[in-house]
Design a protein around this ligand. Structure first.
Ligand code: B12
Ligand code: SF4
Ligand code: SF4
Length: 344
């Protein structure tokens, strides 16, 4: 089994994964009370799916009782430069690094399936593969396998990769040798907590998703709380601030997967152009991209909040046009943008 685990890690690297570690499905007994605390405070906001399948999310051993090992995998999407520089270009939008090209779900899942097929051919057993959308506590399992630790911003940080990486898992009935859990290396650092524009961390290691810009721009439907809109700045899809300041990123390995490298047209896209997208043009621009999932209306809502924060008088015209949009939330955002541009 030791040799199999070694070959598996080599194969994972060849399939495009930057790290591969193994734990048991029973290795995260601390998750259920923490998940319960998160849900009791209603920190999930509109993400009701977090509460609905909490039993499985809290307990991977219940998700698939026959599983004996969980192979945890990381794919780096580390950017070349500092993604926070784009926040200064207020008349352009900032799309989070992870969403600047192809949807990672498709890419990572294909890699997981190839690796799982290899494992079955090599050693038999049954497998299930997961990335993001299943009720799997990926970060705690990642920590239990030694992939990294949950930093104060709650994401997994690795001493070898920094924090710009996606996580996927292969559950298997094979009893593979397990790695040691990783321990916390945040020390006295509080950079991620301090940089957060919306003060979304009630405590270190805990996130109130309802205040997180990633949640507000991607998951939240309808109007965003007026008090939070100024803090969105020009972030129109996701947020990278807490990830970008982590000192462990000096060890990040640049993304190997070309389809995760930023698209040129998503580097500082002009807000004016984005605000004028109709449904068909939105779908064409974001074909194959994770941005497509939020739909034209929510996207244009975000663009209008950015216009309201832009201090750019030339954007008043497009914001005024959208006062007549068919969608209620877009009209509400347009009104806010017009008021901000004419009063600030
Ligand atoms: C829901 C979700 C979100 C929500 C909520 C995020 C959150 N932190 O919970 C929103 C929409 C806000 C979000 C945003 C982002 N997400 Co997200 N998200 C998820 C998802 C689907 C579930 C996470 C979850 O279960 N949250 C519920 C809470 C309860 O879980 P938790 O954070 O693990 O909570 C733990 C801590 O609070 C901790 N805890 C509590 N008290 C204490 C005390 C101590 C001392 C310690 C150590 C810990 C601790 O214990 C809890 C349980 O483990 C996962 C995929 C998955 N299936 O796991 C991706 C995932 C976490 N997201 C990911 C990414 C990339 C992002 C963004 C960076 C995207 C972006 N740029 O906009 C941001 C980061 C925001 C942030 N600071 O977390 C990656 C993270 C990869 C990594 N390296 O960790 C994941 C793993 C997807 C993937 N497969 O790659 N996301
Ligand atoms: S993603 Fe942005 S808004 Fe969310 S916790 Fe991190 S810094 Fe705060
Ligand atoms: S920025 Fe500092 S506190 Fe935050 S995750 Fe990185 S090391 Fe930990």
């Amino acid at each position: 089994m030791e040799t199999l685990a070694k070959k598996l890690k080599q194969q994972a690297f060849e399939e495009g994964f930057d790290a591969c570690m193994i734990c048991a499905p029973t290795d995260v007994p601390h998750v259920p009370p923490r998940l319960t605390e998160f849900l009791e405070h209603e920190r999930q906001g509109q993400m009701s799916w977090l509460a609905e399948r909490a039993h499985w999310r809290g307990n991977p051993a219940a998700l698939w009782p026959e599983a004996r090992s969980v192979i945890m995998l990381a794919v780096s999407y580390a950017p070349e430069g500092d993604p926070l520089v784009a926040l200064k270009h207020k008349d352009a939008g900032t799309v989070s690094v992870y969403a600047q090209n192809r949807d990672y779900h498709d890419l990572v899942k294909k890699g997981l399936k190839r690796l799982a097929r290899w494992l079955i051919a090599e050693a038999g057993g049954e497998v299930k593969v997961f990335v993001d959308t299943a009720p799997v506590a990926e970060k705690p399992l990642g920590q239990a396998s030694g992939l990294g630790w949950q930093g104060k911003h709650t994401n997994l940080v690795s001493r070898d990769l920094g924090n710009w990486f996606f996580i996927g898992s292969v559950f298997t009935t094979l009893d593979l040798p397990k790695n040691e859990a990783e321990v916390d290396h945040c020390g006295n650092c509080t950079r991620c907590l301090e940089v957060c524009p919306t003060d979304a961390f009630p405590q270190p290691y805990q996130l109130d998703a309802r205040r997180c810009i990633s949640y507000l721009t991607i998951e939240h439907s309808g109007p965003v709380d007026v008090a939070l809109r100024p803090a969105l700045g020009n972030r129109i899809y996701g947020c990278d601030d807490c990830l970008a300041v982590c000192p462990w990123n000096k060890f990040a390995v640049e993304a190997r997967e070309m389809r995760l490298k930023p698209r040129d047209d998503l580097q500082k896209p002009p807000l004016e152009k984005l605000a004028r997208l109709d449904d068909a043009a939105f779908r064409t621009l974001f074909s194959g991209s994770p941005v497509k999932r939020i739909g034209r209306n929510r996207f244009v809502r975000n663009v209008l909040y950015a216009i309201g924060n832009s201090e750019a008088p030339h954007l008043l015209e497009v914001a005024t046009e959208l006062l007549a949009d068919d969608d209620d939330t877009v009209r509400d955002a347009a009104l806010w943008a017009v008021e901000r541009l004419t009063t600030t």
